[in-house]
Design a protein around this ligand. Structure first.
Ligand code: BOM
Length: 141
């Protein structure tokens, strides 16, 4: 659900600070990670893909090939309040997007495509959070 996704995003965003420099992600491209979910934010920059890889690695959410680690992602999402209602669907949505871009060899370019696909599909599935929902739970993390 969008509520659970707001918690996941609020927690996941904490890794951005550590990853901004090494990924080359400027504040002009993405100021605050919760803006990822804004209607008018376009998920297109290679640096954002690099940042998502770096952030995911902080929580062991990727395999060595920079594809999602299914078990760890499932457990990560399940660790949030009501996480069990979202974990399976989230893993499925991300994996479905990974399959569409599997032939891309540049990890950062591929992951930003996967992330953009995930944003579209999460919105369609009604599990995308409003930025205000994320901001409301940020203080918990
Ligand atoms: O193949 C690479 C898999 C990595 C995909 C991660 C997609 C996440 C997009 C960024 C949005 C994050 C919001 C919440 C955290 C989900 C882990």
């Amino acid at each position: 659900t969008a509520e659970v996704m707001s918690h996941v995003t609020a927690h996941f965003r904490k890794a951005l600070e550590e990853c901004r420099e090494e990924s080359g992600l400027s504040a002009e491209v993405l100021e605050e990670f919760q803006h990822f979910w804004r209607e008018d934010f376009e998920v297109v920059h290679r640096e954002l893909g690099c940042a998502i890889i770096c952030m995911s690695n902080k929580f062991s959410l990727l395999q060595d090939d920079s594809r999602m680690h299914h078990v760890n992602m499932h457990d990560y999402v399940k660790s949030f309040p009501n996480g069990h209602v979202l974990s399976e669907e989230l893993v499925e949505l991300i994996h479905n997007c990974e399959k569409k871009f599997d032939s891309m060899t540049d990890d950062c370019e591929r992951v930003v495509k996967v992330a953009a696909c995930f944003k579209v599909d999460a919105k369609a599935a009604g599990i995308a959070p409003e930025v205000a929902m994320i901001e409301a739970v940020m203080e918990k993390y």
